[in-house]
Design a protein around this ligand. Structure first.
Ligand code: NI
Ligand code: MN
Length: 227
């Protein structure tokens, strides 16, 4: 499994040869190493309706024909925007969907979810992805929540957690999240995109080593982790 950070909460995962794209925010992202036209996707995951997660979803879904897994309200919006109706899969927390490399489950998140015009974007969520015999969790935009204990119970090879603070949990909250999730490795995200969410990822990694059993991995945008 190959995991590439495209800045913010945008990730490209190669799982059993399938291109998976998470929360496409590229053309207007100050830290994205690629543009929306440069990425491949057969499966796309969209966690909630905020622009910094959904901005390039429609154009990439139309160009690639990707199967988009997201919440029910965003799936309806994608279809209204011209994405093929049977390629926009509407989920809700607790639900899962079988894909060719394995399975994707939609989890809860403590956050909000509205489109740019203020209209309702459904419940925000995160994703548990199972494939290549591995289990990974992308928390996406959220505070720490106690049910992370349940998400981690079957074992996690990797957790991806926000550390930016202000809009999501910050470094201190992420340590509590990591303790509840108990992953083997942990990647930080949703920081350093703009000044209000600037964080010292090196200092964060030191705290993770000191206070949890997880191995922190800090990437630069464009950086790759192989699992
Ligand atoms: Ni958000
Ligand atoms: Mn966000």
């Amino acid at each position: 499994m190959k995991i590439t950070w495209l800045g913010h909460n945008c990730w490209h995962l190669e799982i059993d040869g399938t291109n998976v794209l998470v929360d496409p925010f590229l053309n207007d992202s100050p830290t994205a190493p690629v543009k929306a036209d440069d990425v491949e996707a057969e499966v796309m995951l969209v966690s909630h309706a905020h622009f910094d997660h959904i901005a390039d979803a429609v154009s990439i879904a139309k160009r690639t024909g990707a199967m988009v897994l997201t919440n029910f309200e965003i799936s309806n919006w994608l279809a209204a925007e011209g994405v093929a109706r049977d390629h926009a899969i509407g989920m809700n927390p607790g639900g899962g969907y079988d894909v060719k490399f394995g399975r994707v489950e939609y989890t809860i998140a403590h956050h909000s979810s509205s489109f740019q015009d203020g209209s309702y974007g459904g419940n925000p969520g995160g994703f548990v992805i199972t494939g290549e015999g591995k289990r990974i969790f992308l928390a996406c935009d959220t505070a720490v929540f106690l049910e992370m204990k349940l998400i981690g119970a079957p074992g996690l090879d990797l957790a991806v957690v926000p550390i930016g603070d202000l809009f999501t949990m910050g470094p201190a909250g992420s340590l509590e999240a990591i303790k509840l999730l108990g992953p083997k490795k942990v990647l930080p995200c949703h920081y350093n995109t703009w000044p209000p969410i600037a964080q010292d990822a090196g200092a964060w990694a030191e705290s993770v080593k000191q206070h949890t059993n997880a191995e922190p991995v800090v990437l630069e945008p464009g950086g790759v982790l192989e699992l």
